[in-house]
Design a protein around this ligand. Structure first.
Ligand code: FMN
Length: 310
């Protein structure tokens, strides 16, 4: 017999039938007249995290919202991560009344805005960035994905089908946007911590949001004490790594000292790592890879990663 109750799965199941922890962002978008509008959102998450030509976030929202309509119109938005001060969350909730036009809600809004870093650098029109945000992601909607480039703004009473599966207008009242990450902005204190390596006290005070419940309240909690859980690195034996290494190539071989440097690599990644080393050896006319060669290969990889980040 199950130790659980079985809940009905209904519309907005994530906040009606679950306790689902979410982030809180205030999304800035560009209106037709060039002003910036703000709307609070939680259904945002990383979407393409590696292995593609770009990185992307996913936003799920009502297609008649100012945010969706502006993204459909000009494809630009910024996800601003607000702090967990109850006054900040209150200000975000104030921006959430469906149907409020930017001209109605923005004059009452207390959030401070500043020019986008991309606009400063390139002159391209971009939504403003929330000065009060801890971090922000400047994004571009990838409208070509899923054939969504024909989706247009202007329909506020529900779009007719056919609908896309995962990008653009996805149902009568719904939209999903795959948003390319163009720039990540962060307040210095936190970017310093990321660069230097974080400790428990370096994490920013971001709220955890449980959505709109009881037809009345948005529920959230403030940041709590951070804890670190050490990953127990499982070291492979030299023999098992030697077994894999000897089968990567018939000419290029590894010394024991070279293989000792990859004992901590998880088994699933080992073939890829060894193949990368063999490819480097072939390019450089090496037939016996030593620990010194492994150091050179590692340095090269680190440099390539650094280049990709820029
Ligand atoms: C904390 C919070 C999170 C929200 N998350 C979402 C969301 O992920 N998707 C959505 O469609 N609406 C969400 N809403 C409701 C929107 O804010 C609401 O539809 C609002 O009218 C949107 O503003 P806009 O029309 O200016 O874009 C959220 C509201 C709050 C207060």
């Amino acid at each position: 017999m199950s130790s659980f109750e079985n809940l009905r799965i209904v519309d907005n199941f994530y906040q009606t039938s679950l306790f689902f922890p979410m982030p809180t962002v205030v999304i800035s978008t560009l209106c037709e007249d060039g002003t910036t509008s703000l709307g609070p959102y939680s259904l945002v998450q990383p979407y393409y995290v590696a292995g593609k030509d770009y990185y992307a976030m996913l936003l799920c929202c009502r297609n008649s919202s100012n945010t969706a309509q502006n993204i459909l119109r000009n494809g630009k938005c910024t996800l601003n991560f607000i702090d967990d001060d109850p006054a900040t969350f209150k200000e975000a909730v104030k921006l959430s009344w469906p149907g409020d036009k930017p001209s109605e809600k923005m004059p009452r809004c207390k959030f401070k805005l500043e020019k986008s870093m991309i606009e400063e650098e390139t002159g391209e029109a971009r939504p403003m960035v929330l000065t009060d945000a801890i971090e922000a992601i400047e994004c571009t909607w990838m409208r070509a994905l899923d054939g969504a480039d024909k989706d247009l703004p202007g329909e506020l009473n529900g779009y007719e089908g056919p609908y896309h599966d995962f990008n653009g207008i996805t149902s009568k009242f719904g939209a999903h946007f795959i948003l390319r990450v163009d720039k990540i902005l962060m307040k210095k204190r936190y970017s310093d911590a990321i660069i230097a390596g974080v400790t428990a006290k370096d994490f920013p005070p971001l709220p955890v949001d449980y959505g709109y419940r009881d037809s009345k309240n948005f529920w959230f909690h403030r940041k709590r004490r951070m804890r670190a859980e050490l990953l127990q690195v499982r070291k492979a034996s030299l023999e098992s790594v030697r077994y894999a290494a000897d089968r990567v190539d018939d000419k290029v071989k590894f010394t024991d000292e070279a293989l000792a440097t990859v004992l901590g690599v998880p088994r699933v990644f080992l073939p890829l790592v060894l193949k990368g080393c063999v490819a480097w050896a072939k390019e450089n006319g090496v037939e016996r890879i030593t620990a010194e060669h492994m150091q050179i290969i590692n340095d090269k990889r680190a440099k390539e990663k650094e280049k990709k980040k820029k």
